[in-house]
Design a binder for this molecule. Sequence first.
Ligand SMILES: C[S@@+](CC[C@H](N)C(=O)[O-])C[C@H]1O[C@@H](n2cnc3c(N)ncnc32)[C@H](O)[C@@H]1O
Length: 246
Amino acid sequence: MSLYRKSFAEDMSFTEAVRKYPDRNALYAYMHHYYKYLAPEELREHRAYFTSQHRGFGEDAFHAMWWLLLREYRPHYCLEIGVYRGQVTSLVGLIAKMCGYECEIHGISPFSPLGDTVSTYLKNIDYLEDTLASNRRFGLSDPQFLKALSTDAVATEYIRSRAWNLIYIDGNHDYDVVLADYKLCRDSLAPGGLLVMDDSSLYTDYKPAKFSFAGHPGPSRVMKELALSELHWLGGVSHNNVFMKT
Ligand SMILES: C[S@@+](CC[C@H](N)C(=O)[O-])C[C@H]1O[C@@H](n2cnc3c(N)ncnc32)[C@H](O)[C@@H]1O
């Protein structure tokens, strides 16, 4: 899986990659290979920074997924629910800079160690300062962060306040919260907007390798019961699923 494979050595858009590899497991292998052998070096440096000292979650293949997706769709208004230490907000900023398009990046997170029934996070970190410092390290301007839970009134108003071109849901993983996040985000996407749901492939045919993870029950249930029928599924890379509001 980690070896260079000529058959995978083709630089495609996200859409082309899904078309060529409709099977989730094959698409994952393509993305993993892309990250290792085709992705720009800046992306691997970014990932290496966030994997060190537990600064970020996820899998190497996700950097390839974000690169192909954002390079293709160039979303302007972007929102992440559940920022943690800023891996994805800074990656979105970095890719926009590399591809030369304008992008406004927003994030809603408690910026504290607050977890849920399936996750615990490091204590003794000033999450907001840490996230801003990492973002600046990549020469990026500060994203617009709201320190709140996604279910707080201030956050739900914030989400409703514009039509987003991309929303990434990766906050609280408990079913009721994911359901509330999903419904609000679905309604707040611009036409053609993208919704990426983290940790949501548990009830699919994805068979994770040792270093991969299919997801948690809460997001996977919402993805299966609602997103798959209400939105247009573009593709799935490991536990991330990408949808478009048509
Ligand atoms: C799995 S981490 C996000 C990881 C991040 N996307 C990354 O790639 O490194 C989940 C984050 O959501 C935050 N969180 C927990 N409950 C939340 C809620 N109700 N609303 C928003 N964020 C929440 C957690 O504190 C944590 O920072």
